[in-house]
Design a protein. Structure first.
Length: 373
């Protein structure tokens, strides 16, 4: 995963030396003939990315010096709805406010943009009266990218128009806030928007941007939303590096989960069927002991392997001692289980799941097992 992230990063930096490295045909044949030789980093990661279905994805270049400090763009947007809380305001109020705003800026042609992301689908829509445009983006694109791309598309449509005054409406506050902060961490599509707006303004265009609330009955905004969810035309554009990193991380975790789902005989699988981060205990000694109990490897149950002895056997049940047997099965400790767990037969997931039982260590101390972990 880290290798993929580093590769995406190198591909996003213009003129990075690793972008032009390729394995000569002669060496490629040599590596194919000698499979025990390890391929160079770039070739290894290309194979990994290809298997993930990202081999044909172009990564968007990012110029860290797009906006020098003395020439940073100043972007602002209008929000005539700022004094109204959407959760407590009737949709008709927003519709009236929007009608008032359009009356105030009636000399500006209106454009509506929206983005949509669902499982395996990312799209965007632009309402440029009387036309409607919709484009499908790569599945790795984020919601923010899906909201920014139609704004950039709208600017491209504006460039070919005879009209000189436009007001672009979007219901994405995150996209507008991304445009307000021009720094080295800025979204690359937001950089393109600011650069393009500056060019259009230099040509005599006057472009306003306004936020509108979503799903309150503003007709053109609803049309843009519908267009974004039903796009079929492919938008041929590179994907931002950050989006690919997140997509790759999720893909690798998905593959890892699929592999872990097959490990049904693993003792830890029953306790933790989903791959996620454990709750961390601030006391390291307790955290270590909890980990040993979860995987079933303790000094008491596995010391015999180090000394070549016989496995310890429970005298009551005449079976080999295991962590699961001591904590959940052996009748010798039933009274202790009832005291600390309110059950004579708790399961290991209840005791050692994502949130360990609060009395687990008290129980272990009571039965005398704590110091043999």
């Amino acid at each position: 995963m880290l290798s993929a992230h580093y590769y995406f990063r190198t591909q996003s930096v213009a003129n990075h030396p690793l972008q032009h490295l390729s394995l000569p045909i002669g060496l490629r044949r040599l590596y194919l003939a000698r499979s025990f030789n390890i391929l160079p980093f770039c070739e290894r990661i290309k194979n990994v990315i290809s298997h993930a279905g990202l081999g044909d994805v172009k990564i968007k270049k990012k110029d860290l010096l797009t906006f020098p400090p003395w020439d940073a763009p100043c972007f602002s947007y209008m929000n005539p709805f700022s004094t109204f809380d959407k959760s407590s305001t009737a949709p008709v109020i927003f519709q009236q406010l929007f009608a008032s705003h359009r009356h105030q800026f009636s000399s500006f042609d209106s454009i509506f943009t929206d983005g949509s992301k669902s499982e395996g689908y990312v799209g965007c829509g632009i309402i440029f009266p009387p036309d409607t445009y919709s484009y499908r983006l790569h599945a790795s694109c984020s919601v923010l990218t899906a909201e920014l791309v139609p704004i950039f598309c709208a600017l491209q449509k504006i460039a070919g128009s005879q009209q000189r005054q436009f007001c672009t409406y979007t219901d994405s506050m995150s996209a507008l806030e991304a445009l307000c902060h021009a720094d080295k961490r800025m979204h690359p599509v937001a950089e393109d928007i600011l650069c393009y707006m500056r060019e259009l303004q230099a040509q005599g265009f006057k472009i306003l941007v306004c936020w509108v609330p979503s799903h309150v009955g503003i007709v053109s905004n609803e049309q843009a939303d519908s267009a974004a969810k039903a796009a079929s035309s492919i938008w041929q554009s590179p994907v931002p590096c950050h989006d690919l990193k997140i997509f790759t991380t999720r893909h690798i975790h998905s593959l890892w989960q699929e592999s872990w789902d097959l490990e049904i005989s693993n003792k830890l699988h029953f306790i933790k069927p989903r791959i996620n981060i454990w709750t961390i205990i601030p006391i390291r000694a307790a955290d270590v002991e909890l980990t040993r109990l979860r995987i079933g490897h303790t000094r008491f149950t596995h010391k015999y392997l180090l000394f070549g002895e016989r496995a310890p056997e429970c005298q009551t049940c005449h079976t080999t001692f295991t962590v699961a047997h001591i904590l959940t099965e052996c009748p010798t400790f039933n009274s202790y289980r009832m005291t600390y767990f309110n059950s004579s037969s708790p399961n290991m997931k209840e005791l050692f799941g994502d949130y360990p039982h609060p009395h687990i260590f008290e129980f272990l101390k009571a039965i005398g097992f704590y110091h043999f972990i």
